[in-house]
Design a binder for this molecule. Structure first.
Ligand code: C2E
Ligand code: CA
Ligand code: CA
Length: 648
């Protein structure tokens, strides 16, 4: 019984905790109720008309007038609010009001029409019966989306109808009453089923909408960090850029790339790597306000869109703040993990007009930061723009270049200070482009690396170097520079291995130079590739040592044979105590690790003197010789120049 009552109650009330359903009901009713009032009032006035001559004035004129006035006001209210935005509460109130009014209105109209029954002849009486039976069907259909109102109306009108007409004992009216009773029952059953379908449909629509909203969110969200993803970043960049363009304001894009993330991933595993990325996202979010939009582009790359108008100086300060926060250790495993982040920033509309331009400039600034000052912020400038143009020209010329004809190798002696002998030559590439003239290797190697062409360049260069070295006296070594990309792919390394095997030059006399920054980018991969070179008998030198950011343990993991101390520490080392100490400890380090140490960039006798005092044995630099053509090597080896320099 209690359950039945609860069921009836649920059936007779508005679903207030289902705003989607309330809205759908409200929309349906706002279309259907004016139509319902139109039918109800027209029928009412016609019934009043057929009784006008026989019934009293208050029944045929005043009551219909009051009912018409009421009906018109209600219909007008629905029409008026139909196209206006309504709050969920307003819609709920309107539905509740309709529910409440339905039985009252039904009772009033029923009472009025039954009051007319005693007047007139059989025709007018039949009209009353027809009016009630058919009008209520029209009204129920118009209210079917609000079940309580429809049920109340059916109950009121049809109960009154059945009871009243059955009690007349006139057989036609009793038959009509039975007819109406059956129709009413059928209508109630159908109405309930229809209402159930309607509710389900609305709920399904709501669910679909929710799902597609969730899908949209997922499609735009990075699942690991919860930040916006790459797709959302570019959509947002387009729209924020359009705003900036319309308002004539400045906008900045920042690209962050973590330094040292890969080793963390390799050493501690992917789950620690994932947690680190999550924490980086959290830390960056904590640093920003609503004017800065953060996204994760993928891997260890994050991006910022800065809509707050900042000048260059403020942007630099902001960028340094971001980088400084990333330098703070992250607490993930037992010990703190230290990484850093390089940041490239570009602005609109200064150097770039489109989203692609701003993005590419920021990427270029990031590249500069990673290359020259990892862990810091770099702002794209006019100088970068010129450099980019130059690189663009270099890139095009490089793509068109005839690698065999336009490139050649020069060789710089590496000398033994004590034996006063040339022990090796470092091969250095030169490019004489028919379009651009002599392009420095710093430029074309960097461009080739950036556009992924360096592997194609390495093979002909190495081949040229090996071909030249075959003619040297036995025992003289050849040093050849490899780029990070050469060690970064199994395929590239394989081609190099095959070339070395094919050459008649003894691989045991070949030293391959790799740079520190390049080698630690993907330590396990570098390790694998280097081991293959070592198996051939080649030596491996760590080039530009001291300029990178690798830790001793990482260097220790590589099977190296030599370290080359970078030129920056050698320049004026006899005058600069800091440089002096660094070179001293690097030489000591090499002795400890049983590596041969070569000091690069020796330009003056004073520098050489200081190096001798530090126990340095191998050196290279303009003081001894500049890089020379292959054809000059014989003359150099036979000449007395080296002995003269070293005699000092
Ligand atoms: P690196 O490997 O450090 O080469 C030494 C650079 O220092 C050479 O510049 C050399 O000419 C220069 N140098 C030697 N002694 C002195 C000196 O006493 N004072 C000064 N100021 N400079 C000195 P270069 O030939 O311009 O090469 C620049 C860089 O380009 C090289 O630096 C190397 O990283 C890269 N490179 C050159 N050839 C190749 C190559 O065939 N393949 C690859 N991957 N990189 C190459
Ligand atoms: Ca080198
Ligand atoms: Ca070097």
């Amino acid at each position: 019984m209690k359950r039945l009552l609860l069921g009836v109650r649920a059936l007779m009330s508005v679903a207030k905790d289902n705003p989607g359903l309330v809205k759908a009901q409200y929309l349906a009713l706002s279309r259907q109720l004016p139509m319902m009032y139109f039918i109800l009032l027209t029928n009412t006035l016609m019934l009043a008309g057929t009784h006008y001559a026989v019934a009293p004035r208050w029944l045929t004129l005043y009551c219909p007038l009051i009912m018409t006035l009421f009906g018109v006001i209600r219909a007008a209210e629905w029409v008026r609010t139909r196209n206006r935005p309504r709050s969920p509460t307003q819609m709920l109130t309107a539905l509740k009001r309709t529910n409440m009014l339905a039985p009252i209105v039904a009772s009033a109209f029923t009472a009025w029409s039954l009051a007319l029954f005693p007047y007139g002849d059989s025709y007018t009486q039949a009209h009353v019966g027809f009016y009630m039976a058919i009008t209520v069907i029209g009204c129920i259909f118009c209210m079917m989306h609000l079940l309580p109102a429809a049920l109340a109306t059916t109950a009121v009108v049809n109960t009154a109808f059945v009871v009243f007409f059955a009690s007349t004992t006139i057989s036609t009216f009793v038959a009509t009453a039975i007819d109406v009773l059956l129709v009413s029952i059928a209508m109630l059953v159908i109405l309930k089923a229809q209402y159930g379908d309607f509710t389900r449909l609305v709920n399904m629509q709501a669910q679909t909408a929710k799902l597609s909203e969730e899908n949209l969110k997922l499609a735009n969200q990075d699942s690991l960090t919860g930040l916006a993803n790459r797709r959302q970043f570019f959509t947002r960049l387009d729209s924020l850029l359009a705003d900036a363009r319309a308002q004539g304001t400045r906008l900045a894009v920042g690209l962050i790339d973590l330094d040292g993330f890969k080793p963390v991933n390799d050493i501690y595993g992917h789950s620690v790597g994932d947690r680190l990325l999550y924490q980086v996202g959290q830390r960056l979010s904590g640093l920003l306000d609503e004017d800065v939009h953060l996204a994760r582009l993928g891997g260890d790359e994050f991006s910022l869109i800065i809509t707050r108008v900042l000048n260059d100086e403020q942007l630099r300060t902001f960028g340094e703040k971001v980088c400084a926060s990333l330098r703070e250790p992250f607490l993930l495993v037992d010990m703190p993990i230290q990484i850093s982040g390089s940041l490239g920033i570009a602005t609109f509309p200064d150097q770039a007009f489109s989203a692609t331009d701003v993005y590419e400039h920021a990427d270029y600034a990031l590249y500069q930061s990673k290359r020259h000052r990892p862990g810091t912020a770099c702002l794209f400038s006019t100088a970068h723009r010129q450099q980019l143009n130059r690189e663009g020209l270099t890139e095009q010329a490089l793509r068109r270049a005839d690698l065999e004809r336009e490139f050649y190798m020069v060789f710089q002696p590496i000398v033994d200070i004590h034996s006063k002998q040339t022990v090796a030559f470092e091969a250095l590439a030169r490019w004489e482009s028919p379009e651009l003239g002599n392009v420095p290797p710093g430029d074309f190697i960097a461009t080739a690396e950036r556009v992924g062409m360096v592997n194609r360049l390495t093979l002909p260069l190495l081949s040229k170097a090996l071909n030249a070295a075959v003619h040297w006296p036995t025992g003289i070594r050849l040093a050849f520079n490899l780029s990070a990309h050469d060690c970064g792919s199994e395929d590239a390394a394989q081609q190099i291995v095959e070339l070395i095997k094919r050459s008649p030059f003894d691989p045991a006399c070949l030293d391959l130079e790799i740079t520190e920054t390049a080698s630690i980018q993907d330590l396990p991969q570098t390790q694998r590739v280097i081991s293959r070179f070592r198996e051939l008998g080649c030596g491996i030198s760590l080039d530009d040592f001291g300029t990178g950011y690798s830790s001793l343990s990482q260097i220790h993991a590589l099977p190296l044979t030599k370290l080359k101390v970078d030129r920056t520490f050698v320049t004026n080392l006899h005058l600069d105590p800091a440089s002096f100490k660094i070179v001293k400890s690097l030489i000591a380090l090499c002795q400890d690790m049983q590596l041969e140490c070569i000091v690069e960039g020796v330009e003056t006798a004073a520098e050489l003197g200081a190096l001798k005092n530090l126990g340095c044995t191998r050196a290279q630099g303009y003081l001894f010789a500049k890089p020379m053509r292959a054809s000059d090597i014989r003359g150099w080896l036979e000449g007395e120049h080296l002995a003269e320099v070293l005699a000092v």
